[in-house]
Design a protein around this ligand. Structure first.
Ligand SMILES: CCCCCCCCCCCCCCCC(=O)SCCNC(=O)CCNC(=O)[C@H](O)C(C)(C)COP(=O)(O)OP(=O)(O)OC[C@H]1O[C@@H](n2cnc3c(N)ncnc32)[C@H](O)[C@@H]1OP(=O)(O)O
Length: 240
């Protein structure tokens, strides 16, 4: 099963040119319009179905898109390259940090979007603001292998960090992970789909306490449980 999944993804990638900037095949939803910056970076919303998505992932995606219709849930768009507004939010806090050289800016990618379609992290996050929770639908591709046939623990940590961060995120405020605690209870099969349910448990000054579990689609298997502490950066400190 794993071999066929990998082979399928390889041919898919080859068909598509295997390069950044190769257009995604059309989906019933139109991705956000592409914007070309001075560095010729293409901004495409990656949190939309592509041909590497399994039937399970597409089915769950459709179910959550339905939940978005009454406004209780929203799908969070996600981009491979830096997002100007988010960069602005963070820039003010890291005054002493050397900027990435102009020539390399177009190479900068969000870690969890750093692979071509289907090979690494395929995910979409839905947020329910009233209930202060998010659901992340995640399919770990063949480049994320750790123990043969299973997703690397570091990759699981990365997607958990991302899901928790977006659960804790406050619009216009910069936050960072201060603590991440994960119990890995069962290995996650490569190319399978898992559901990460996150919630904001407590807000205490600048500290946001969040937790999540990683479950199988049928909810019968709990793969991991995690807690996270995110800190709103202090505008008074300005640099770290
Ligand atoms: C982030 C997403 C944004 C959304 C955008 C969307 C973009 C698309 C999605 C991308 C999603 C990617 C998500 C990746 C998120 C990362 O991976 S971030 C990278 C990993 N994290 C880091 O590198 C952080 C490194 N640490 C630091 O820079 C600093 O320690 C921090 C976290 C900013 C805190 O520094 P500080 O503001 O000086 O805080 P400080 O005054 O020391 O402490 C404040 C309070 O927190 C407590 N505290 C601080 N650290 C700890 C700790 N480790 N344990 C317990 N308590 C602690 C203190 O005790 C204190 O408590 P009180 O005394 O107020 O009760």
């Amino acid at each position: 099963m794993l071999r066929s999944c990998t082979a399928g993804l390889r041919s898919l990638w080859a068909l598509r040119g295997g390069r950044e900037g190769v257009p995604r095949p059309s989906t019933d939803l139109q991705p956000a319009p592409r914007l070309f910056s001075a560095e010729k970076v293409i901004h495409t919303d990656c949190a939309l179905p592509n041909p590497s998505w399994s039937k399970d992932l597409k089915l769950l995606f459709d179910q959550f898109m339905k939940k978005c219709e009454d406004g209780s849930w929203e799908r969070l768009p996600s981009y491979r390259h830096r997002c100007a507004q988010i960069s602005e939010d963070f820039k003010n806090y890291f005054l002493e940090q050397k900027p990435v050289k102009e020539g390399r800016l177009s190479q900068v990618r969000l870690f969890t979007r750093g692979f071509e379609d289907g090979l690494g992290f395929e995910y979409v996050i839905f947020k329910n603001n009233d209930e202060k929770r998010t659901v992340c639908l995640f399919q770990g591709g063949p480049y994320l292998q750790g123990v043969p046939g299973f997703v690397h623990g570091g990759a699981i940590a990365a997607i958990i960090d991302t899901a928790l961060a977006l659960c804790a995120a406050v619009p216009g405020k910069a936050i960072m992970t201060a603590n991440l605690n994960i119990n890995f209870k069962r290995p996650v099969p490569l190319c399978s789909v898992v559901v990460i349910n996150s919630q904001l448990d407590k807000l205490e000054g600048r500290k946001l306490f969040v937790s999540c579990n990683v479950q199988s689609v049928d909810e019968k298997t709990v793969y991991s449980e995690a807690t996270g502490l995110f800190i709103k950066l202090d505008p008074e400190k300005k640099s770290f």
